[in-house]
Design a protein around this ligand. Structure first.
Ligand SMILES: [Zn+2]
Ligand SMILES: [Zn+2]
Length: 249
């Protein structure tokens, strides 16, 4: 917690510093400063320019002042947060209905647990309502499970819902199978219902870009060559990614 708070403080100060430079270079005003400041932090904090709209009306014409105010106020706020947070207050502050650990335990205790052979996503059917094939509303990128292209170190950047519409092939114990006829591979492949679908959840696009380095290190393979990450994926930021999840559920 403390390390995260320190990191966040540094990021906020960096954003303030860079915004001041940006405004100086572009001979901008307080409005531009606020825009730049919020954009710099959009991956870290959930707030928008509107939350700071009062600043514009407060006759602030010196944007250097904003940086100083943030530096001063931030230190006070951070030491406040640090002194009031300790392990004991965590339980009180978390609404028991929305505790992430409880939600996950509840979900996975009754979950089927069988993973998609392409992307590794866990079947979301519960044991009671599981009739027939394994399925999930959204598949992920196959490279998340470490799948790569034959005789290369190129991690796959394919969503399995697109893979099953393609002419591509995959190999199991020296035998090749068509992705668009994946069930013919038998075993767990035969038991999964993967709906062909061109839609790709922005959350997973963002996730792959955000954790690209970690995934590449973990699997000792790279998103390159056949598995090059499309430029469009990098346009999604964290709020975008979260919003795409909200729309699904
Ligand atoms: Zn899948
Ligand atoms: Zn299942």
């Amino acid at each position: 917690m403390k390390e995260n708070i320190k990191l966040l403080q540094q990021k906020i100060m960096d954003a303030a510093h860079e915004s001041t430079e940006h405004v100086q270079v572009n001979s901008g005003d307080v409005g531009l400063w606020l825009k730049s400041f919020t954009q710099h932090l959009s991956d870290e904090l959930i707030f928008s320019e509107k939350d700071l709209s009062g600043v514009k009306h407060d006759d602030v014409d010196d944007f250097n002042l904003l940086k100083d105010v943030i530096r001063k106020e931030l230190s006070a706020i951070i030491s406040d947060i640090s002194s009031t947070s300790n392990e004991n207050v965590f339980d009180q502050k978390l609404d028991p209905k929305f505790r992430p650990d409880e939600l996950l335990i509840d979900h996975f205790c009754q979950c089927c647990w069988v993973q998609c052979p392409f992307c590794g996503v866990t079947c979301t059917n519960t044991i009671e309502n599981h009739h027939g094939d394994h399925s999930v509303p959204f598949h992920r990128v196959a490279g998340l499970k470490g799948r790569c292209y034959h005789q290369t170190d190129d991690l796959s950047a394919d969503f399995c819902t697109s893979l099953v519409t393609s002419e591509k092939q995959f190999r199991i114990s020296d035998k090749w199978f068509k992705c668009n006829d994946y069930r013919s591979a038998g075993g767990v492949y035969a038991d999964w219902s993967i709906t062909p679908d061109k839609s790709k959840l922005p959350y997973w696009k963002w996730f792959v870009c955000r954790f690209q380095k970690d995934l590449e290190e973990y699997y000792d393979r790279k998103f390159q060559g056949h598995g090059e990450i499309p430029d469009e994926w990098r346009k999604h930021d964290k709020p975008d990614a979260i919003l795409s999840l909200d729309k699904c559920f």
